[in-house]
Each structure stands twice: as structure tokens, then as C-alpha cells.
Design a protein around this ligand. Structure first.
Ligand code: 5GP
Ligand code: MG
Length: 178
């Protein structure tokens, strides 16, 4: 099996390139059907979703807007703990159909905060497309409308996902070798 070493850890291919391509093409077709006649706004969550978004959006045949955001975080002074803000969102989202493009939904913390923040701008609706979903790790009641692959609770890298800044450019999705 094809392996790579990133920093101190070894990773083996978990989802091969052809499977990723096929699955993303299918998601693109589904989104194209679901949003026929609509003009959605895609919000790509950087950095991890950059490759997924590029491949997905090439399979979406709609008149749409595409924008890029980052989810900032800092320890708040309130007892609520971590406060997250959306960085880079300059487009108008009020009254629009939003589709968030993420690399992975793990505990769902990030997605939950993102959705809550976006709702303040009163979009028409918000849907989520995530390349990966770890159902066993999910702690919040979040519905991921378009899931590439449901995966186990392993640490993954490649195809946008990093291990300490490295590995994002790998063509396949790799899983850590314990
Ligand atoms: P959540 O807020 O859903 O727990 O996950 C947020 C972030 O954790 C993801 O956007 C991603 O950056 C990171 N993450 C979760 N699982 C993995 C993984 O298996 N590999 C990598 N590289 N990042 C992960
Ligand atoms: Mg992410």
C-alpha cells in the first residue's frame, strides 16, 4: 500500500483518487439538480476545503457565486469559552441560498458556530457540503446535506487536509498508521 511520511508520522492511502473523483462528480450533479433555477452562494471554508471546492464546483452547472471564508477563533472572556468569527465574508448573503463547503465535519463545533453566525445575516437557507464526515465524533445536531464519505475516527491527511501544515497537496486521502 502506498505510504507517505509527514513530520514524525506515517500515513497510508485510505481513499484513492478515482473514488474521490467519482464521488465528487456525483455530489456536483446532485447539487446541480437540487438548485436548478436558483443562484446559490458557495462559501468555501479555507484552508482545508480548497481542493474539494475546486473539484466540486467544476461539476456544478449553475449560475452561482463563490466566496472564501476562514473561521477565526479566540478564547473569549465570557464563560462561553471559544468564540468563533467568520473572516473574509464581504459578499451579501442576506436573502440568498448558501452552501457551505467544508473539508471535514468532526465534532461539528466549527460547523455549528459557522451556521449560527451566518443565520444572523438572514440568508434564505443554509446547506452544508462536506467531503468527509466522522459520524461517531459528531457532538451536535448538524445535518450535512452533501457528504462525500463517512469515515471512522482516524486522523486523515491529504486532498486539502493537513498534518501540522503539511500534506494538503496529496492527491489521495491518507489515514494515519498507528
Ligand atoms: P470540528 O469542529 O467538526 O470538530 O472539526 C473542525 C476541524 O478539525 C476541521 O475543519 C479540521 O480542520 C480538523 N479535523 C478534524 N478531523 C480531522 C482529520 O482527521 N484530519 C485533519 N487533518 N483535520 C481534522
Ligand atoms: Mg475545515
Amino acid at each position: 500500500m502506498q505510504k507517505v511520511k509527514i513530520h514524525d508520522k506515517e500515513f497510508a492511502v485510505s481513499i484513492p483518487k478515482t473514488l474521490i473523483e467519482e464521488r465528487i462528480a456525483a455530489l456536483g450533479r446532485k447539487i446541480t439538480e437540487d438548485y436548478a433555477g436558483k443562484q446559490p452562494v458557495f462559501l468555501v471554508v479555507l484552508k482545508g476545503a480548497f481542493l474539494f471546492a475546486a473539484d466540486l464546483l467544476r461539476n456544478v452547472c449553475l449560475d452561482c457565486e463563490i466566496t472564501f471564508i476562514r473561521v477565526g477563533s479566540y478564547e473569549g472572556t465570557q464563560s462561553t469559552g471559544v468564540v468563533r468569527s467568520i473572516l473574509g465574508l464581504s459578499e451579501k448573503v442576506h436573502g440568498k441560498h448558501l452552501i457551505i463547503i467544508e473539508d471535514i465535519v468532526d465534532t461539528g463545533n466549527t460547523m455549528m458556530h459557522l451556521i449560527e453566525e451566518l443565520k444572523k445575516s438572514e440568508p434564505l437557507d443554509i446547506k452544508v457540503a462536506s467531503l468527509l464526515l466522522k459520524p461517531e465524533a459528531l457532538k451536535h445536531n448538524i445535518h450535512v446535506d452533501y457528504v462525500g464519505f463517512s469515515v471512522a475516527n482516524d486522523f486523515l491527511v491529504g486532498y486539502g487536509l493537513d498534518y501540522d501544515g503539511h500534506g494538503r497537496n496529496l492527491k489521495e486521502i491518507y489515514k494515519i498508521v498507528e
